[in-house]
Design a protein around this ligand. Structure first.
Ligand code: GLY
Ligand code: MN
Ligand code: MN
Length: 436
């Protein structure tokens, strides 16, 4: 571990201890017990699903994948890590790394997986805990949970460094996936190239990579990997991430294939331009609902400029046509979870639901320095969403032949990871990207 990262992590942990102390006092608790969680077993089977450690536990302990462990936070005491390390010859027991952060914890290695006994007092226990594990403590109290979610919203220098490294690793995967596609590979070849170059196993990704060739790029969370490459390769969309010390990258790139149409190529350039413009507009105080609307105004201009919509950009925006081309949000908070917590609440934890016109928007609050977010405008041909337009008042406004021809390319999404700074933004993805 690099000394600057170790120093930044020490500051991160000290800051977290102070923030927990404040919140525990405010909510009237003597302490909180955080449970790492454990992998679920398939029903009537002896095999387990992949596992992600509980985010609030990971906020302290940078061991993504650690199971059956507990962390007791009590103001005035060192955080106590009940580290599950059973004697086991079937599996490799977990081992603590020799890293400076370990000194910030009192470590209690143990064979047991059940919750440790709590001292006298009022305690909350957070995580996936069953009734039997409640120990007389309050399980997942709403108000404290929201307050701890809020502590995840603004990232420390340590967290930003981790996000940057996750981006660096993911970008190696993206370049390799693109190369595999351009060499004639199928979706599975692109995915395997991604994993190899990013040096990560599938189960440790923050989410299942989306690798869509041609029309599959228009399926927002396309979940398969075709074994055969299509005869004509129009396009590739890869939404792939990485994790570094628990922190997630979430990056999308779209690529033209040898059979790409001129319309697709032109829209790809236009979407790249729009995405960069949107990133440039980010700063503290900017509301992400406004940014979502800016995205739709930009999409409207693009569709009109390229002749897919035969109306003014204002009409394309006002009639909601653009919402059929992009039903998802412009972005979300990013951190220990790919869709990180706190995007739909204000600083006090009050809910900020998305507007009815943009129900999928996961980030509805004003941007603040330290937030890490994604910026991911998209433009897709999704027949299920476009078909209703054929029957409505907007039917004559679309050049249906060109829209249908674009459908063979699925869609375009360009997604970067951006940290809001005191005066603007820091694009973690583009800063590192090198496309030969
Ligand atoms: N990869 C999921 C998302 O972009 O939100
Ligand atoms: Mn995303
Ligand atoms: Mn993504």
């Amino acid at each position: 571990m690099m000394p600057p990262l170790a120093d930044a992590q020490r500051r991160h942990l000290a800051q977290l201890a102070r923030a927990y102390e404040t919140q525990l006092a405010r909510h009237g608790y003597d302490g909180v017990l955080l449970y790492s969680g454990c992998a679920h077993r398939h029903f009537a089977d002896d095999q387990h699903a992949s596992f992600a450690t509980y985010g609030h536990f990971l906020h302290w302990v940078p061991l993504a994948g650690l199971e059956h462990s507990w962390l007791l936070i009590r103001p005035g005491h060192k955080p106590c890590l009940y580290f599950h390390a059973p004697r086991d010859f079937w599996h490799q027991p977990p081992r603590l790394p020799e890293e400076p952060w370990v000194d910030a914890f009192e470590v209690v290695p143990r064979e047991a997986s059940e919750a440790p006994r709590l001292p006298a007092g009022r305690f909350a226990v957070l995580g996936e805990v069953s009734a039997a594990q409640r120990l007389g403590a309050e399980a997942n109290p709403e108000a404290l949970t929201r307050a701890l979610d809020e502590l995840r919203v603004r990232k420390s220098d340590y967290e930003v460094a981790c996000l940057r490294e996750a981006n660096r690793r993911a970008l190696a995967g993206h370049a390799a996936a693109r190369d595999a596609f351009l060499a004639g590979g199928a979706e599975l070849d692109c995915q395997l190239a991604y994993l190899k170059a990013a040096r990560i196993r599938e189960s440790e990704l923050p989410y299942q990579s989306i690798v869509g060739i041609n029309a599959h790029g228009g399926v927002l969370h396309y979940q398969h990997y075709d074994l055969e490459a299509p005869a004509r390769a129009h396009s590739l969309l890869v939404d792939g991430g990485h994790r570094f010390r628990g922190y997630c990258a979430d990056i999308t790139r779209s690529w033209a294939g040898p059979a790409a149409s001129d319309d697709y190529r032109a829209l790809l350039v236009g979407m790249d331009h729009l995405q960069r413009q949107l990133v440039e507009a980010l700063a503290p105080g900017v509301c992400y609902v406004t940014m979502q609307e800016k995205m739709h105004q930009g999409l409207a201009e693009l569709l009109v400029a390229h002749g897919l919509v035969k109306a003014s950009a204002e009409a394309a925006f006002e009639t909601g046509i653009t919402r059929a081309f992009c039903p998802h949000g412009l972005g979300h908070l990013l951190g220990l979870q790919v869709h990180d917590l706190g995007g739909r609440q204000d600083r006090q934890g009050h809910p900020l639901p998305p507007p009815p016109t943009h129900p999928a928007l996961r980030l509805t609050r004003e941007l603040e320095a330290g937030m890490a977010i994604t910026v991911e405008p998209g433009l897709y041909v999704i027949p299920m969403l476009l078909d209703p337009l054929r029957q409505g008042a907007a039917a004559d406004l679309l050049d249906w032949a060109r829209v249908e021809a674009l459908g063979a390319h699925g869609g375009i999404r360009i997604e970067d990871n951006v940290v809001i700074t005191a005066t603007g933004r820091d694009n973690l993805t583009r800063d590192l990207e090198f496309i030969p």
